[in-house]
Design a protein around this ligand. Sequence first.
Ligand code: FRU
Length: 496
Amino acid sequence: MTNGTKGNTRHQEMVQQADQAVEALFPQAGREKFRLGYHFMPRAGWMNDPNGLIHFQGEYHLFYQHHPYSGMNGPMHWGHAKSGDLIHWEHLPVALAPSEAWELAEQGGMGCWSGSAVDHDGTLTLIYTAHADGRKPEEVQCLAESTDGVVFLKHPRPVIAGAPEEGIAGFRDPKVWRHGEMWYMVLGSGKAGRGRILLYQSHNLLDWEYKGVPVESDGSEGDMWECPDLFPLGDKHVLILSPMNMAQSKNWYMIGSMDYEAGIFTPESKGRLDWGPDFYAAQSFPDHRGRRLVMGWMDRWGSRMSLQDRSWYGAMTLPRELRLTEKGELVFLPVAEAEGLRGQERRWDSRVLEDGAAWIAAGEDGQGFEWMGEFCFPDTEAGELEIAMLQTEESGEETLLRYESEPRRLVLDTCKAGIGDADISTAELPLSRGGRLRLRVYVDRSSIEVFVNDGEQVMTSRVYPSRLAGSLRFTSKGGSVSLESLSVWTLEAIWP
Ligand code: FRU
């Protein structure tokens, strides 16, 4: 079906050019001060959405939106990496470069946009959106295949040549999966101010039949739904979205049921996937161990740091495992493999954090770490616990995590975190937990991920402090708090 035509020769030339560009930028990008220790990031150049996440022939593959020519957003390629354990990644050649008329690279088009991957009887198949600003149609769905998992041949024509109707906002980010004997695809779109998904069906991945709109926004959930992902979890289906212009959140999920016959998804509950500012375009995939895994772009469009060219930009979150609890709630936990990064553990005995007094758990500077703490708050006392991380006396920098009891919530405050964006993010905490709070926090050179109470909530943020300080400072205010346990592990760097 795909062949070694002229088109694919041109494509391979553009892939080579892109790889050379990354190579040329790497000496500079690789030395940059905010490079991460144990998160996935490109060797050099820009990165946004995770694409085509798949476990294929014994390895995990991660593709990503990539502009290899600078640390700024530009015509999109698909970067590529693989891993045996979801934690240590090996960079591979660029998988897709914009080379076709509908990707319009020569004329300033925006290239190969987001999409997904499937294993088609042993062929690794990528389905993605080609986008060209102002062209009609602006967005079409394309396909490329590989038998060795490294070199991809493009299908000679788009497999969906245009949107099913006029006047819709966006037609992109195909997520494809198999159900029964058929392939299904959801695409992100919107109409009349309401985000929506579009459903297609195919028996061969090439001929697609439009099945309609399974679900759309209730009016408060954004006007265009980017990167939709609909998948089974337990006896439910979950829909993950990246809504544009939703007041409340930049990520959203719905748990409900999918009627494949009718092509209708009926949501039963909804919520946020992540309560921090830097979690976008999340994509999920099933693995061979029966897990449903999710990675998100650990960044946002328009951030301060995205507006300066530092030869590279963009990181992925740690892979998270998604589970549905017996109560039907979603929880997110770092994959078990992340524990393999742990080096030496420092542990503190339980203690009372007295009202007003600061207590410091001294740590090692310059290395990424994970800490886990369990706290008990006496119900009778209103109060606050402030946890300061990444602090530097001289500069006054600090990243604050604050537990507030009335109303009960967790606040991540990056206003003094460094040269990145100043944000105050709030996660509402469920009320009845017997005054207990468990935190598991990953700190890397320029990121922080907070997992609350076994993954009930997650808060993710990029932070850009002048140095990676390892100590933690705990201050209880308006009452005492009991610290039941605290462990800190330094985490091994995955990059040489
Ligand atoms: C989401 C997104 C997608 C699009 C891609 C372009 O961040 O805007 O909708 O396909 O990024 O890079």
